[in-house]
Design a protein around this ligand. Structure first.
Ligand code: TMP
Length: 206
């Protein structure tokens, strides 16, 4: 059942170890405490099939296989979770979405942007974020934060050079779409990062 207006779609992005999952959860909790209906989800994952695809992505796949695994998880998440929640009027906060694909698979892995754009549009059903909150961090610092963690998606295991390209890929997207992207310095203390992110999200929800 629809409650009238479509909800807003907010995406948190950042390199590995940027703290975006913590910030996304903090913002979602603050909005819920203020009485908003919020759906917090993540990519890859957010559905039983998506979580199974996440486990598959612990394997190092060939680049196109990796791309389509991420897109399969996205297609499932959009059609079964994100779209229905937005249509019901909820605010959806998603920990990663298409900007990750352009930073990791296009900019860092080197896949053809035209093909990826078309495939992504099909997977996402044309859905685009209303706001992208990007937590920017020096990849060396991000990787140091993640060091010693358990098994991870293979992209997170790549070296510093790869993660430098990922950051470049994010910054290019932010530069091309400044109205929709909020860039936050993720080297700040986590509470300050969450505060800055919340400010931007509240502005987008007005
Ligand atoms: P995270 O959820 O712990 O940040 O890890 C997810 C990993 O998956 C991270 O290294 C980024 C990567 N990723 C891609 O390479 N492409 C994508 O489209 C998505 C959603 C994630």
């Amino acid at each position: 059942m629809s409650s009238g207006a479509r909800g807003r779609f907010i995406v948190f992005e950042g390199g590995d170890g940027s703290g975006k999952s913590t910030a996304a959860a903090a913002v979602a909790a603050r909005l819920e405490a203020a009485g908003q209906r919020v759906v917090l989800t993540r990519e890859p994952g957010g559905t039983p099939a998506g979580e199974a695809i996440r486990a598959l992505l612990h394997h190092r796949l060939s680049p196109w296989a990796e791309l389509f695994a991420f897109l399969a998880a996205r297609a499932e998440l959009v059609s079964t979770v994100i779209r229905p929640a937005l249509e019901g009027g909820a605010t959806v906060i998603c920990d990663r979405f298409a900007p990750s694909t352009f930073a990791y698979q296009v900019h860092a892995r080197g896949l053809d942007p035209v093909v990826v754009r078309t495939a992504n549009r099909a997977a996402a059903g044309g859905l685009e974020p209303d706001l992208v909150v990007y937590l920017d961090i020096d990849p060396a610092a991000g990787l140091a934060r993640k060091a010693g963690e358990g098994p991870a998606v293979a992209t997170g295991q790549e070296g510093l050079e790869f993660h430098r390209k990922v950051r470049e890929g994010y910054l290019l997207q932010a530069r091309d779409d400044p109205a929709r992207w909020a860039v936050i310095d993720a080297s700040l203390p986590a509470e300050r990062v969450a505060e800055l992110a919340l400010e931007r999200v509240l502005r987008a929800l007005r």
